[in-house]
Design a protein around this ligand. Structure first.
Ligand SMILES: Cc1cc2nc3c(=O)[nH]c(=O)nc-3n(C[C@H](O)[C@H](O)[C@H](O)COP(=O)(O)OP(=O)(O)OC[C@H]3O[C@@H](n4cnc5c(N)ncnc54)[C@H](O)[C@@H]3O)c2cc1C
Length: 377
């Protein structure tokens, strides 16, 4: 097969390497507009369940990725200056650029043709192949070019967020809330290597407006937010990687493929970063699509099977991620809660974690919450 992939993010690279690995005679080319060492953002988190999929699909890259992981099992919620720790939530963090380098190296080893600094302006020019994969991220040009075929449903969400790094090390996924005269700010932070943490700041549009970000430069915004979270950052600064305010874009597509074109990863669907699953879903998409081809199906049957099998899984994640996103959009309504019930509300926001499953994860936390509820009666 001749396969053209647009985008060398986790979805494109992983699909390319799996296809080439299963049949060295496939001609697989990946077109990426950026240089091989450039990336947006900082670290990404994985829930531990992903890892067996990665091992079963490609052991060498799995081993490299897990060697680079920082692991933890706690979510810390900081509200009104009080820290509540909830155990039993296994996560791993890795620098996004490290993950990409591992996948790039593995692609090269297997003979995938990686073409960096190659912006695909005309998607049609790459259609002359057996399979064209649009793995070109949330603002996918492939999806846009064939919008009448994919019928995307795009929803620009109201909250604003910005993705920073910091040398302050946050052990575990730390969700910090700070109320200011301008409104409420949330920070999603976690350590992803021995020196650096991701630090994503999110706020609602009213807070954003009151803080005057529309007329603040990137530098001014960074220093304002470093002030909001001064006690959490412990004297460390916020690091920018061309960090800009963004509105989360919720992506769904009515159809996932047509003829010889298919979408993967963020081009196909997004899940709010508060459930930390975008990269995992992108990699799992690649595994699922690769498996459909491995069953000896012809192109149409493989693409149809991919959509049939994968769509229900994605829809379930998107439902959970949506609940989580809505919670953060309405966080102003929860900050009147005392730290324990606040943390409980946050932990159960996606409705995937129930009271009982939370009790199994951390009985002491649930017992403390129940006791606090009693005293409030
Ligand atoms: C603030 C934030 C925090 C996040 N945190 C996490 C997290 O903790 N855990 C997690 O799992 N996920 C996280 N995600 C989501 C994660 O980043 C994405 O889900 C994941 O990167 C999707 O992979 P992808 O390969 O589909 O797309 P991308 O990683 O976006 O890759 C797409 C690639 O296509 C390239 N491209 C685009 N257009 C063209 C073109 N015309 N020509 C050539 N190349 C092109 C881009 O340069 C890019 O390299 C987060 C996202 C955000 C915004």
């Amino acid at each position: 097969m001749k396969i053209n992939v647009i985008g060398a993010g986790p979805a494109g690279l992983y699909f390319a390497l799996l296809m080439k690995k299963s049949d060295a005679s496939h001609e697989v080319a990946v077109y990426e507009r950026n240089a091989k060492d450039s990336t947006f953002g900082w670290g990404v988190v994985f829930s531990d369940k992903t890892l067996s999929y990665l091992r079963d699909s490609d052991e060498p890259s799995h081993d490299e990725i897990t060697r680079a992981f920082t692991n933890w099992d706690n979510v810390d919620v900081v509200h009104r200056g009080e820290r509540i720790t909830i155990r039993g939530n296994k996560f791993s963090g890795i620098a996004r650029i490290k993950l990409l380098h591992i996948l790039q190296d593995r692609c090269r080893q297997l003979g995938v043709d990686l073409r960096f600094e190659t912006n695909v302006a005309g998607v049609d020019a790459l259609r002359d192949c057996d399979l064209l994969v649009g793995a070109d991220g949330v603002n996918s040009g492939a999806r846009e070019r064939y919008r009448d075929r994919f019928e995307p449903d795009l929803s620009v969400r109201s909250n604003k967020y910005v993705w920073f790094g910091t040398r302050r090390l946050f052990h575990g996924l730390t969700l910090t809330f700070r109320e200011t005269g301008d409104g409420v700010f949330a920070a999603h932070s976690y350590k992803f290597d021995s020196l650096t943490s991701t630090f994503i700041v999110e706020c609602d549009p009213a807070t954003w407006g009151a803080a005057g970000f529309a007329s603040k430069s990137d530098e001014e915004a960074r220093s304002y937010l470093a002030g909001v979270f001064a006690s959490d950052l412990g004297g460390h600064e916020l690091l920018s990687n061309n960090s800009k305010w963004i509105n989360f874009l919720l992506v769904r597509n009515a159809r996932w493929s047509f003829e010889n074109v298919v979408l993967l990863g963020d081009a196909l669907h997004t899940a709010h970063f508060s459930i930390g699953s975008g990269t995992k879903l992108a990699l799992e998409d690649s595994i699922a699509l690769h498996k459909c081809f491995g069953r000896g199906r012809d192109m149409r049957a493989a693409l149809a099977e991919f959509e049939r099998e994968r769509k229900p899984v994605i829809e379930e994640y998107q439902r959970a991620a949506y609940e989580s996103l809505v919670w953060f959009e309405n966080m102003r309504d929860y900050v009147h809660l005392a730290p324990l019930p606040f943390a409980y509300s946050l932990m159960t926001r996606s409705k995937r974690i129930t009271h009982e499953s939370l009790r199994r994860r951390d009985p002491a936390f649930v017992a403390a919450y129940e006791a606090a509820k009693e005293t409030m009666k």
